[in-house]
Every structure is written in C-alpha cells, then in structure tokens.
Design a binder for this molecule. Structure first.
Ligand SMILES: [Zn+2]
Ligand SMILES: [Zn+2]
Length: 328
C-alpha cells in the first residue's frame, strides 16, 4: 500500500505522501517538527492542532486541510484518518485503509501522557510503520513525574543560591511539556523567542499552557536572576544574554540517558526526558497495534527489526520498502 520514494512514503492508490520532502501535490504531515513538516508542497493535510504550528513555520498562505482525530476522509478510494501519537501537540499517527488492508504510520510517538498532547492511542492494523529513535533495551525512561521533581529541585536550589537556571530543550514539544509540568511557584519562567513563538502557536490552537515571559533585548540579567530560562539547544548561553552569571546550565533530552549528544562542555546537568517512546514503550505500541508486519524507521531500525523478527513478527527497515513488496 505504501512505497518509499525519493520524496518519502507514498501511497500510489491514494496518490498522497506522508511527511514528504521536496515538492509533492498532497502531503500528510504527522506533526510540526521540521524533519517531518517540510516546506514547498502544493497541499498539506494535518491535524487541527498542528495547523497554526505549520503556518508559523511555513507561512500563512500554505494550502492546508485539517482533520480531527478519528475523522476519516476518502482520498481516491483510500480511507485516511489521524490518531493521537502523544509525541507533541497535534502529533498524529496516520491510518490508511484500502482493499481490506490497514496500515498505520506512527510518525514520532510516546505512550506517556504529557498533559499537553492528546494521549497516544493504539490503532489496530496489519502493518505498523514504527519510529525507532530509542529502540534499544538500554533506553528505559524514568516516570516523568520523577524527572519534573529533579528539575524543580535543581531550580529551587539554584534560586536559593541566587543562581539563574538555564534549561535547554527543543523549542517545540520538550519546552512546552516542561513549562506545563514544572512547579511555577518556584519562580518565573522566561523563554527564548523561538520557544515563545511555539508557545504562542499552540496557545492559539487551544492548548492550556502556563504563562511565560519571552526574553528580548531589554531583558536584564538582574531581572532573570534565580528564575528559569528555557531555550533551544541550538542557542549558546552567551547569545541568550551577556553576563548571565551566576548560571547553572542543564539539558532535557532522551539523549542525556547515555550522554550521547551531550556535547556541551559547560553543561552542569542532564535531565532524561524524551518525547519518543523508550524500548518498553515501542514494544508495547507494536503489540497493541496487533500488527503482524512492522516496518521500522528513524533511528535503530536494524536493531528493532532484528528483535521483532526473532520474536516471530515479520519486520523490515523502511529502506527495504524501496526494493521489497509487502504482501499487503
Ligand atoms: Zn518529532
Ligand atoms: Zn522525528
């Protein structure tokens, strides 16, 4: 039902792509992260909650159709619906049905309810295309409550010592999840302008996000002292604000688990918090989908497929879709 082309996953019967790159006529976007939602397509289909985010990233005038979760449409005889993926606000799994076969493309997903994204729902299918960013047994996340407690404690201790807390997290998803779940009674939450823009976009789409203050040129270091600043990892501390010292710098990421990508030498702390499913989560999602065929994409694809084949399922990596046809 789906093939892998140079533009990405393509459904020939329905004549649409999923998370395509390049320029295609109809592109279904699972969520607004830039490695999934790419500019330049003629028309887009996405979840209602992703509409403002997509427009914020690609311009107001893109041709965009939106669906609610579970709402089904017919594209050239193929039935298409979106289902909660729990990854970030508006993230969706794409379910496609045609000629008695059902496929689900997961996009990115996590099973924990982050209080902001609509929680992940398993969708029954025969073929499940699963992300595998953290598909190794070593990746097993703590309960998120414990991680928020760690962040609160770090912030509280810094504040008591007059130290500013600077926390790096992706501007879309991780930042809002942290803002939603930390203890705002400790102090004020300042955000870098790229985080501020994403906050505004999801508030505009109906998300209930606690108040934040967006940093600008007029913000003085003295004003933020002891408070929390959330900024994307691509920004260096010095570029946020000169003379932020004394400051404690931390990162919130799944990669903090193994230290991978923790390249900053000046990082004081790493909080293991991921918007992707861990190893038990991936296995549970696959099991609950009821799929006999699993196609792995994004990350540890070879490891996941090998493991699934050993457990009796039929699995292959996405790349192999270029050369192999599935039975369904
Ligand atoms: Zn993502
Ligand atoms: Zn992704």
């Amino acid at each position: 039902m789906l093939k892998l082309t140079n533009y990405g996953l393509y459904c020939p019967a329905g004549d649409f792509y999923i998370d395509a790159s390049g320029k295609v006529a109809r592109n279904i976007v699972t969520h607004a992260h830039s490695d999934h939602a790419r500019p330049g397509h003629i028309s887009y289909l996405t979840h209602t909650h992703s509409a403002t985010l997509l427009r914020a990233r690609m311009g107001k005038n893109i041709c965009l159709q939106t669906l609610e979760y579970q709402q089904e449409i017919n594209l050239n005889g193929v039935r298409v619906s979106l289902h909660p993926a729990g990854h970030i606000y508006g993230a969706a799994q794409v379910k496609i049905k045609h000629n008695g076969a059902t496929w689900v493309v997961s996009g990115d997903y996590k099973l924990e309810n982050d209080q902001l994204s609509t929680p992940f729902e398993p969708v029954k299918c025969q073929v499940f295309v699963s992300e595998s960013t953290f598909a190794l047994p070593v990746y097993k996340w703590l309960q998120q409550k414990e991680v928020y407690d760690q962040i609160n404690l770090w912030w509280q201790q810094n504040k008591a010592e007059g130290i500013t807390s600077l926390l790096f997290g992706y501007s879309l998803g991780k930042s809002q999840r942290i803002i939603k779940n930390i203890d705002h009674s400790i102090g004020k939450v300042y955000v870098h302008k790229t985080v501020g823009a994403m906050n505004d976009a999801i508030r505009h789409s109906g998300a209930n996000l606690p108040a934040t203050i967006t940093l600008d040129e007029s913000t003085r270091a003295q004003e933020v002292r002891g408070h929390l600043i959330i900024a994307p990892p691509s920004i260096t501390a010095g570029r946020i604000m000169q003379d932020l010292h004394p400051v404690s710098i931390a990162m919130a990421s799944g990669w903090a688990h193994t230290g991978k990508h923790m390249v900053r030498s000046n990082m004081d702390k790493g909080f293991v918090l991921s918007d992707h499913a861990d190893w038990p989560g991936i296995n549970r999602a696959i099991e609950e989908s009821g799929a006999n065929h699993v196609i792995s994409m994004h990350g540890y694809t070879a490891e996941l497929s090998q493991w699934l084949n050993e457990t009796g399922l039929d699995s292959m990596e996405l790349e192999q879709l270029k050369y192999r046809h599935t039975a369904l």
